[in-house]
Design a protein around this ligand. Structure first.
Ligand code: CP
Ligand code: NVA
Length: 302
């Protein structure tokens, strides 16, 4: 496995399998000693419920100490050069989980840090989320081959990571986004290349009804990500045909499960009714962040 987890593209299929099999074991065994005597630092530029709490609790359950460094503490990228922060933190910590605005901040941190850097969300990727999501798909479907996940909404960090991890494991993904909100072209091409090798299908369209047809999982994320708050009004308008609601779900045509990375903005990207329905596995997904990230930390942090 590489030193860092920056995007799903960093992982080989055997890395992903190793993460999933350890996650399965750790899910049954709450406390263990893989990281006894280690200290993990969380360097965050943005707010968080799931990522912060699951990493902190997870590190402790593995026997490590954990430090949460809030945006005003480190002031990553503004108080001093990131390469200096990386080298100093490497002398205190055994692993760093970073949540940043700019993806280049994570890259720079990882480049200069001697210890492992795990991406806890940047504007470009959210690999730990996608690992937990794809693990949740496997728990529910028991396989990846022939399983289709429809992603409805913004071509953002969450979709990018789903594409990377999904293509590697052979999960089929059909994404629908409004015009102007497509996934990053290079990431899309990279995912397509991998999908060709793994023999799975990755498609994009501008029609949510078309994308959900025949899906086993229907996934959505917020329309306005952290850092995009100024665009909220425009986004509410641009995304109005991309809400996951009962009417859209009529076009699935089979049994489906609803997924969302959370936080949920009810009545925007998803209706309250769908979010609270029996098909929703949103809280399973959130719980799996803990188990999957424990496996990531146990395998990466030396
Ligand atoms: N899904 C997710 O990363 O949630 P938080 O922003 O609360 O960490
Ligand atoms: N796309 C969202 C994900 C939140 C977990 C954001 O970046 O804010």
């Amino acid at each position: 496995m590489n030193k860092d987890l920056i995007s799903g593209f960093d992982l080989s299929v055997s890395d992903i399998n190793a993460i999933f099999s350890l996650a399965k074991k750790l899910k049954k065994q709450k406390n263990s000693t893989e990281l006894l005597g280690k200290t993990v630092g969380l360097v965050f530029q943005k707010p968080s419920v799931r990522t912060r709490v699951s990493f902190e609790v997870g590190a402790r359950q593995l026997g490590a100490e954990c430090l949460y460094l809030a945006p005003q503490d480190i002031q990553l990228g503004s108080r001093e050069p990131i390469k200096d922060v990386a080298r100093v933190l490497s002398r205190y910590l055994d692993g760093i989980v970073a949540r940043t605005f700019s993806h280049t901040h994570i890259l720079e941190l990882a480049r200069y840090a001697k210890v492992s850097v795990i991406n806890g969300l940047s504007d470009l990727y959210h690999p730990c989320q996608a690992l937990a999501d794809v693990y949740t798909v496997y728990e529910n479907a028991g396989k990846f081959k022939g399983v289709k996940l429809a992603y409805i909404g913004d071509g953002n960090n969450v979709l990018h990571s789903l594409l990377a991890v999904g293509a590697k494991v052979g999960l089929s993904i059909s994404a629908a986004t409004p015009k102007g909100y497509e996934p990053d072209k290079e990431i899309w091409q990279e995912a397509l290349k991998i999908a060709k090798k793994t023999g799975t299908e990755i498609t994009h369209c501008y029609d949510a009804m078309q994308a959900v047809n025949g899906a086993d999982f229907v996934y959505t994320d917020v329309w306005t990500s952290m850092g995009q708050e100024k665009e909220r009004k425009k986004r509410l308008k641009d995304f109005r045909r991309f809400q996951v609601n009962a009417k859209l779900l009529e076009f699935v045509g089979k049994k489906y499960r609803i997924m969302h990375c959370m936080p949920v903005h009810r009545q925007e990207e998803i209706t309250d009714e769908v979010m609270e329905s029996k098909s929703s596995i949103v809280f399973e997904q959130a719980e799996n962040r803990l188990h999957v990230q424990k496996a990531v930390m146990a395998l990466l942090i030396k």
